[in-house]
Design a binder for this molecule. Structure first.
Ligand SMILES: [Fe+2]
Length: 241
């Protein structure tokens, strides 16, 4: 298993403090700028470290994870999310399944259908992810977004059964891109769905499982992006699907 260092994680910076305190002197501004850069670098390092953890558990979708985060960000920008929400979206898109490190391999890698008790344990991964990330200063909100990434738009998801806009918008976005990725990705025990079938299923569940606004936004650019994504993963669209 190769470690996949995520070097190209797109990092957003929050609004510069220097903009908020125009009366500060040059040394103060310089110090603030240094602290901002340190905080940004630390945040980036944390994201990379957790990504490596996902790789160690063989839970990453490789090249896809960064690209999926970019897709999520594009949906978020199109929906008018504020910069702070986009930062949380970036973290949530990359690390939404970090809680799976707490799920036994026998369940994670079971090729067949999970038994009810196994599925109940698998569903714990969103809570596990929240429990870990909320401990990190600056990641508290992203932790909540991760907690709710398996809620369903009609209220039939987990863990809280939230409905519609009760579900954090970041969670609604991650839910759609995660589901799409799961559908088109091949696993050792099954082939990924063709793009067209994945789109059909997204549309079919739009308004029930998925937020229709998010689905519409995602599909507006997804098709044009598919070829470069699969090419980056070292395969062609036709062989991957
Ligand atoms: Fe998940």
């Amino acid at each position: 298993m190769a470690l996949n260092l995520v070097k190209d994680v797109p990092i957003l910076k929050g609004p510069a403090l220097t903009m908020e305190y125009p009366s500060l002197g040059a040394p103060d501004l310089l110090r603030i700028k240094q602290l901002e850069e340190q905080a940004s670098a630390l945040r980036n390092s944390v994201i990379c470290a957790f990504n490596q953890l996902l790789d160690l558990k063989d839970l990453n979708t490789g090249v896809h994870s960064t690209r999926l985060a970019e897709w999520g960000m594009r949906v978020g920008q199109e929906l008018g999310l504020e910069e702070s929400e986009l930062q949380n979206l970036e973290v949530a898109a990359l690390l939404h399944d970090i809680g799976k490190v707490g799920i036994p391999d026998a369940i994670l890698r079971k090729p067949g259908r999970l038994e009810p008790d196994e599925y109940a344990l698998m569903k714990k991964h969103s809570e596990y992810g929240w429990a870990v990330l909320r401990m990190l200063p600056g990641f508290e909100r992203a932790a909540l977004d991760i907690l709710h990434h398996h809620e369903s738009f009609d209220g039939k998801g987990y863990p809280a059964g939230l409905k519609g806009t009760e579900i954090p918008v970041v969670s609604r976005i991650v839910c759609v891109i995660d589901a799409f990725d799961a559908m088109v990705s091949s696993r050792p025990y099954r082939k990924g769905l063709p793009y067209e079938e994945a789109v059909r299923r997204l549309n079919e569940a739009s308004g029930t499982q998925f937020d229709p606004v998010v689905v519409k936004s995602f599909l507006s650019f997804a098709e044009a992006e598919m070829s470069p994504v699969f090419a980056a993963a070292g395969t062609s669209v036709s062989s991957a699907l």
